[in-house]
Design a protein around this ligand. Sequence first.
Ligand SMILES: Cc1cc2nc3c(=O)[nH]c(=O)nc-3n(C[C@H](O)[C@H](O)[C@H](O)COP(=O)(O)O)c2cc1C
Length: 203
Amino acid sequence: MTPSTRRPPLPETLAVLETRRSVAAAGLQAPGPDAAQTRRLLAIAARVPDHAMLAPWRFIVIEGAARGAIGALLSDAYRDHNPDMAPEKREKFAAIMGRLFPAPLAVVVVSRPVGGTMIPDFEQQLSAGAVCMNLLTGATAMGFDAIWVTGWAATHRAALTILGLIEGERVAGILHIGTATETPADRPRPDVSAITTHWSPPR
Ligand SMILES: Cc1cc2nc3c(=O)[nH]c(=O)nc-3n(C[C@H](O)[C@H](O)[C@H](O)COP(=O)(O)O)c2cc1C
């Protein structure tokens, strides 16, 4: 018998999960989430499994004029920290840093494992990954496009200082969110049967 508490299937949710794909940040333009949608997205992002309720993550929102301002700082920092690079190459990457936040909204998900608990850092980092995934799924369900990236700005000490990270914190992801200028082709997806086994007891 079907338990009375069984929730009905949600075909639209399944469709979001089955069709979501990333759009490169350079292809994301306005409109992006408004203030209320952004708050809602962050609440969705924070609704992830979290062993022992440590909330071992936080958000940094980058939007509006802050996008150009942080781009300029990252661009300068890239130049300063790559003095030996061929100037042409250095300028190319410095320019990329300057345009790093083209989408209307970026959310930096910061992983910050809580020490002195029974919960391994690895599990706390996995929870931060789930936060990133919820942001992607939530943005898609709201009708936006998004991508999860990392790279120099998410790993180099100078960039982390500009972002405002402190000791013990790492960037789990930079989530760029906006509206795709064009619909990109999907990429090949893994053959699930090739990576799935069914456990059975040893004979
Ligand atoms: C932790 C993490 C970091 C990533 N960093 C980058 C990145 O810096 N640049 C990039 O182009 N893609 C990056 N990706 C890959 C994209 O997020 C995305 O998976 C890829 O473009 C394929 O798109 P899909 O989401 O449609 O499968 C990263 C993915 C993960 C999980």
